[in-house]
Every structure is written in C-alpha cells, then in structure tokens.
Write a protein that binds this ligand. Structure first.
Ligand code: SAM
Length: 286
C-alpha cells in the first residue's frame, strides 16, 4: 500500500510526495506537526498540513534568507530570528564569526524538539553558544526591543494560525523600532503566482513599505513550495540591497554555499514584470 503526503496549493492544485515512513506526528498547543521520510526529498517537516522544509531543498531557503542581508551589512553582530525553530537559518548565520548573538524566538517548543530528534541537518543550528532560544510569540517579544539588533529575520509560517501576527503593520513597526540605525529586516514573503498568495504578498509588502524607507523584494526557487517561485522581503533603514552590498568582501569570506552567490544576489532582485506590477500596485505614489 502506497502512502502519499499531499498539500493543496490551491483548491485545484496539489503537491504530492510519496512517503516511505512517518517519523513524527503530534498536535501542539499551536499546530499539527508531522515529519515524514521520502526517497525524493529526504525527511520533510509539515506544520498544519503545509510544507515547511525538506532535507533536499531547505538549503535554498535558508541560504537566501541569510546571505543576502549578511552580504549587504558585513558588520551584523546581533540577530533576532523570529520563527526558525528548525534551526536552518541559525545554521547559516553561525557561518559568520562576526555574528555574536542570535535570539531565536520560536512560539512552539514542540517544533524545536521534533527537529532536534528527526532533522539534525537543520537543528544543528540550535545548539551553539551564540544562540539563545526564547519560547515565545515573536509578536510580543519584539514589542520590548529598542535599537537592539542589526538584523531581524522573520522565518515564519504563513500568514494564518500562529504566524498571522507576523504579517501585521504593528509587527513591522516594532521591528523597525527594534533595529539599530543600520538595521535590516528580511522576511519570508509568500509567492506571487497563486492569487491568494499574491494578495497576501501585496498586503505584507504594503505594510513593510509603510514602515521602512527602503523596501525591496527578491526571488528564489523552492521546488516544494506553492508554485516553486518564492519571494523574500528585504527592508532596511539605510542600506540598499545591491548598491550597498559588499560583494567582494563576501566573496573573500569563502563561505560554502550551494545556492547563494553574489551574482545571484544581484539577479534575485530583478523580478518578472507581473511581480513588479503586483508590488507597484501597493507602493505609495512617487
Ligand atoms: N525555516 C523553514 C523554512 O525553510 O521555511 C520554515 C520556517 S519555521 C519551521 C516556521 C516557524 O515559525 C515554526 O516553527 C512556527 O512554530 C514558528 N512561528 C509561527 N508563528 C510564530 C510566532 N508568532 N512567533 C514565533 N514563532 C512563530
């Protein structure tokens, strides 16, 4: 008997992955958590039925959410990582000796425990002396922060369930306040292809644009995410993601990556016309 995991990307489109075995299944205070094993994508984490990461393609997401801001500001020392309970983003941040502290604010301790047990490839980022784990709602945590961080990474679930608050104007305004004068915020920003996701992307972009002087969107390709065409937001108080990037300095660091490189960094901010139009529709008139 064959077992398949399926995720509906729209009411009429789904992604299905043949499952070798289920490794974990539980419901926490916040969400249903499943971890499966497959031939094609290795182990994968599902939250409330939505694909979060697979061993096969998680490097794309975690490299692009980390190395773009780290190349724009080589002096990043203190990072606030909201969500990210699988540890993948922390793992990439820890490749920089200049990073001194990572406050990882994850609402659901069960995600951390399950990833530690079944996804060591990403969870390796959780147990470093520079990482402090706070089991708390990121929306509440950031309210207490002022001029405290050089980088905020919003590595959250989608804008419903526990993640909903992380796509609000209040949250982005508090992130602005929590960042220092040279601060950068990057966030997972949904996909532009499916209508409902594109609307969520426009809503988030509109709120970020109204909170930050510099706000751009960049793209990446994640095979197991809806449409495979994914966006991240880049917002900052002072640094432009391309004009102010230290490409040569980043290349000299010799950091091993399988997806990110400084040429791709530049290219990822060049977006398809239909995406530019979606963004322009919600940006203030020049
Ligand atoms: N890094 C993975 C990826 O490659 O997409 C997925 C992101 S990570 C698993 C998303 C995390 O955000 C989940 O562990 C979830 O519990 C957490 N989360 C959702 N809402 C949150 C909130 N309000 N505060 C803190 N963490 C939250």
């Amino acid at each position: 008997m064959e077992l398949w995991f399926s995720e509906l990307h729209t009411p009429g489109v789904k992604l299905s992955i043949k499952v070798e075995r289920q490794l974990f299944s539980a419901t926490s205070e916040f969400q249903r958590i499943d971890i499966f094993e497959s031939k094609d994508f290795g182990r994968f984490l599902i939250l409330d039925g939505c694909m979060m990461l697979t061993e096969k393609d998680e490097f794309i997401y975690h490299e692009m959410i980390t190395h773009v801001p780290m190349c724009v500001n080589p002096s990043i020392k203190n990072v606030l990582l909201i969500g990210g309970g699988d540890g993948g983003t922390a793992r990439e941040l820890l490749k920089y000796s200049t990073v001194e502290t990572i406050d990882l604010v994850e609402i659901d301790e069960m995600v951390i425990e399950a990833c530690r047990e079944y996804l060591p490839q990403t969870a390796i980022g959780l147990d470093d002396r520079r990482v402090t784990i706070h089991i708390e709602d990121g929306l509440k945590f950031v309210r207490r922060c002022v001029d405290a961080y050089d980088l905020i990474v919003v590595d959250s679930t989608d804008p419903f369930g526990p993640g909903e608050g992380l796509f609000t104007k209040e949250f982005y305004g508090n992130c602005f306040k929590a960042l220092r004068a040279d601060g950068i915020m990057v966030n997972q920003h949904e996909n532009p292809f499916y209508v409902n996701d594109a609307i969520a992307m426009q809503r988030a972009h509109k709120r970020i644009v109204s909170s930050f002087p510099i706000s751009r969107v960049y793209q990446l390709h994640i095979p197991t995410y809806p449409s495979g065409h994914w966006l991240f937001g880049f917002a900052s108080k002072a640094r432009h993601p391309i004009n102010d990037a230290d490409f040569d300095g980043w290349d000299r660091l010799g950091i091993a990556t399988r997806y990110y490189n400084t040429k791709l960094h530049r290219g990822s901010f060049s977006l398809p016309n239909y995406v530019e139009e979606l963004l322009r529709d919600v940006e203030p008139e020049e």
